[in-house]
Design a protein around this ligand. Structure first.
Ligand code: NAP
Length: 281
């Protein structure tokens, strides 16, 4: 039985994927911030056929919370076959996390970065294993200003979100280079424009149009989840690494995402921001 950890597993893409993966009879570790939402998600994943379902509370925007999550996982599970870094959000106003980091960057990139780094040896020991990042087409056109990663100047929700999703692709690629030959893969993907709760962060004035858009134009959570499930468990992808997927196909990510020097710099700064040694140093 495989052990598969999914962050952002209480709703939307993560919950749908967890239910689909459960059909294989695997052990699912569901991660989210809220105990009641986790309990409800676990019931759905259990009834979908999971071999076992565990839940762990964690706020991925808090480094203290991510460290506690990693410690629990390392204490409790001898292997991790798949780590799906899927938790994410969209924030209309600029806020900072308890660690003093802009919330979009802290939630969508640094939390997954820290969790992955802390679990990396266990993933390598579990090879063949996979790390998957839920990124977005919004990474195209995003910038990476290493002097002001958290947009203390010129914040907009779209720009910060795009940057965090660019960081997902850059980190997946940098990780795949470091993990070459270990049997652990790292890939990022765009799940589609998916009708989930993430859109609820948009201003109330656009909600009627949004509700219509969700029904008429957006991909279902099940389909978005299926794209995560594909990367997490499809046997054909066992050796595919360092890629960005869109509609289940490998696509070139943005030019900046393909800049390996910038990718290594992002990893070094992310390590500094999370109190880790420079990766690969
Ligand atoms: N929907 C789209 O069109 C779309 C497109 C491209 C990429 N994505 C990406 O897909 C991923 C999943 O989003 P979704 O669309 O499924 O939205 P969603 O339904 O709002 O789900 C977001 C999930 O992330 C969790 N989460 C958010 N902040 C967290 C935090 N600080 N700590 C721990 N968990 C946290 C939420 O759990 P709790 O609130 O229960 O803690 C929830 O399970 C995100 O990374 C998003 O950027 C979505």
């Amino acid at each position: 039985m495989k052990t598969i950890l999914v962050t952002g597993a209480t709703s939307g893409i993560g919950l749908a994927a967890a239910q689909q993966i459960a059909e294989e009879g695997d052990r699912l570790i569901l991660v989210g911030r809220n105990a009641d939402r986790l309990t409800a998600a676990a019931e759905r994943v259990r009834s979908a056929g999971a071999g076992a379902v565990d839940t762990i509370e964690c706020d991925v925007a808090s480094q203290h919370s991510v460290r506690a999550l990693a410690a629990t996982v390392l204490d409790s599970y001898a292997r991790i076959d798949v780590l799906a870094n899927n938790a994410g959000g969209f924030f209309m106003g600029r806020k900072e996390s308890a660690d003093g980091i802009e919330t979009t960057f802290a939630t969508n990139h640094l939390g997954g970065f820290l969790l992955t780094e802390l679990l990396l040896d266990r993933l390598i020991d579990s090879a063949p294993a996979r790390v998957v990042f839920t990124s977005s087409v919004m990474h195209y056109g995003a910038t990476m200003d290493f002097a002001d990663l958290g947009y203390t100047h010129g914040y907009s929700a779209q720009k910060a979100y795009g940057r965090s999703k660019l960081a997902n692709v850059m980190y997946a690629r940098a990780l795949s280079r470091r993990l070459a030959g270990t049997g652990v893969t790292a890939n990022a993907f765009h799940p589609g424009t998916v009708a989930t709760g993430i859109w609820d962060a948009l201003p109330a004035i656009v909600r009627p149009v949004l509700a219509l858009g969700k029904r008429m134009f957006m991909t279902s959570a099940d389909e978005g989840g299926r794209r995560l499930t594909y990367l997490a468990i499809d046997p054909n992808l066992v050796a595919v690494t360092g890629c960005y997927f869109h509609n289940d196909r490998v696509r070139p990510p943005s030019e900046l995402a393909r800049d390996d020097t910038a990718g290594d710099r992002l990893c070094a700064i992310s390590a500094e921001l999370t109190g880790l040694p420079t990766p690969g140093a």
